[in-house]
Design a protein around this ligand. Sequence first.
Ligand SMILES: Cc1ncc(C[n+]2csc(CCOP(=O)(O)OP(=O)(O)O)c2C)c(N)n1
Length: 765
Amino acid sequence: VAQLYLQDNFLLTTELRPEHLKSRILGHWGTVPGLNLIYAGLNLLVKQTASQFLHIVGPGHGAPSTLSNLYLEGTLAQFYPEYQLNQEGLGRFIKNFSWPGGFPSHAHPGTPGNIHEGGELGYSLGVAFGAAFDHPELVVSCVIGDGEAETGALAASWHSNKFLHPIQDGAVLPILHLNGYKISGPTIFGCMDRLEIDDYFEGLGWEPIWADQYQAEASGQDFYQVFMDSLVKVYQKIRDIQTKFRQNPSLLKNSTEFDYLTWPVLILKTKKGWTGPALIGSEPVEDNNLSHGIPLKDPRHNSREFEILKQWLESYQIRNFLNTEQNFWSDELFAFLPEEKLRIGRSPYALGGNLRTDLHFPDISKFSLPTGQSSTTHSEMSSLSDFLAELTKLNPENFLIFSPDESESNKLESILRQAGRKFLRSVRSWDHFYSPDGRMLEILSEQVLQSWMQGYTMTGRHGILISYEAFLNIILSQIDQYLKFLKKSKEFSWRTPLPSLNYIATSTCWRQDHNGFSHQNPDLINYLITQQDNLTRIYFPTDVNTTLYAAQTCLSSTNQVNLIVNGKTDLPQWLSPEQAQTQIEKSAQIWDFATNSDKPEVVLCSVGDYQTLETLAGISLLKQFAPSLKFRYVNLSEITWLKRASQTELNQLFTSQQPVVINFHGYPEAIQQLLYATELSRRTTVIGYQEEGTTTTPFDMQIVNGTSRWHVASLALELASQNNPQLQQTYQDFRLWMDQKLAQHQSYIIDHGDDLPEIKNWHWT
Ligand SMILES: Cc1ncc(C[n+]2csc(CCOP(=O)(O)OP(=O)(O)O)c2C)c(N)n1
């Protein structure tokens, strides 16, 4: 409470006056008392059991609780010498909450022991499970607000229990903080009776164990003791399950054992804003949503509020906890704390960068294709799958693959064969590749997958999430939250670099042959390019070899969010392994085999596999229709490079004055945005996906978006002819030819439901 309100007189040593109060009172109160109870209880549990905990707090707005517990357990002073456990340190700590230059109102990367900001609600439980996977010795406690529990992401996260291995994984100790209210009214869980809540959790495969303040008070029990007893009971149940399986691992071969594997969940029913003002006027504040934020809005100027605040602050009798003659704080306050290194805020798992070890990579030559410019076609995703399968074999304890039910459709079969899908429920004989030991995790919730991957990588391990391109947008906001955490982490040297978050966007907008418009959306690219601070990379490999090098580069990197955009259909191959490696290292380079002059009249560039196919097919047409045209081809395989490239580097690739055509995988505006501040933008025409889509032929997708080989060649001739009048007639002739071809294409696809043979069978010569 002092953190919210006081800027002076922190120990109430003199009569409280309005000038002791902060002029801007910013933060949240209601959730704090319950969070304090949990934090203190966990420390006591650790003292009794010497277990290794990581604590995740869903309601990040309860930061005053997290911070004050960190302060009192002495962790804060370890990370911030200015917050010592003395009068000066205490005053500075209280004043600096929600204060410019001090601690923000929510838990953030500067909060020791914390890997979860809890700003956007819904992800705490998923992150907790991610942290527990492959950490057999760890218990991850996780507070979930009953408001947060209404979110789709959190509701789906309860199913994570079907993915927790009782031997290889650690445990999650979920605590549903049932304080009955969210910001503006009661929560849904708050309006459900005990039986309904029991049924809900039992239906989800959990065993609910209660600590109920109302019941304790009604029956004259000490609620602190009730809570501790329940916490210990939950903990003991977790250990019992683990011991049972760890002593007899063969039990896991029997699916009926894990079918009925029921982990406990603690339902903590408290009064929101407990110990705060009961009433303001006739309005209840304690045990009501009015306690959620700042219960007394303006006590500096409102004398009635001031009086209530004064009584509220005095009610805690802070000076009873001081022993100013000796260590300032009285010893009894620390009696419940475990030894220093086990205190909740010191969890080494919260500093995943320190736990990170690099992945062991297979030799890429086992998976790459030996030559470039091959007329045989291959699927990038199939080869990537072979590579990732081998990676799971080489890194059996620190690499997981996450995917929302598209593994087979996304050509990831070899991962399934090698690594298996992790699942602890029995399936039928024809459901393939499911086992408790699998290394690929499938749940049809991109948000849960993202949460798992975050928890997994933020505690030092490596992961990759493979999804349909369109549906990665579902987690765009979550990625944004993560990037905020990453950006701020850089301000704290003790936050050492984390393994990057890696995404494969496949089944891309250009090839939604089965699904059509609803499945076409390359928007994540637009979001990722707006990120500052060099935290994102967006790769567009063009073939198997570039895909493999892009994947290895991403999985070796730290502190980044990497997106690789890959088609899954068979495509021509362009680069040898050596050329592919250089391509990925440089991000952009001239492809000599598709260039006929070092003094080009026009530069053609493509970004993305299907767009590269069309652009190179367009170059074939130029060679045929305009043999005298001098052109250059540039492949751009990582687009944030445009932000970092110098003018000289841009000119080396794109010349200093010639027109440029860029055929882009995503929305043209994305590239235009990246080029905006450069001279290049004035002479560049960008074509790309223009939100034209349906269930049609692959080439028709290129036609309706104006990105086909015909459009590419036409644009190149049009632009080059503006500087070279001799090309004007060629351009006119080409346009006439193209109009006929467009008509021919249209009638052919209507008649045959497929593309013209000359399009389907085209290959580079
Ligand atoms: C996804 C999302 N939607 C809305 C909000 C705004 N918000 C902040 S706190 C809160 C209520 C949270 O209630 P609960 O989870 O029960 O936490 P507690 O009552 O313990 O404060 C809401 C809706 C948010 N932070 N995240």
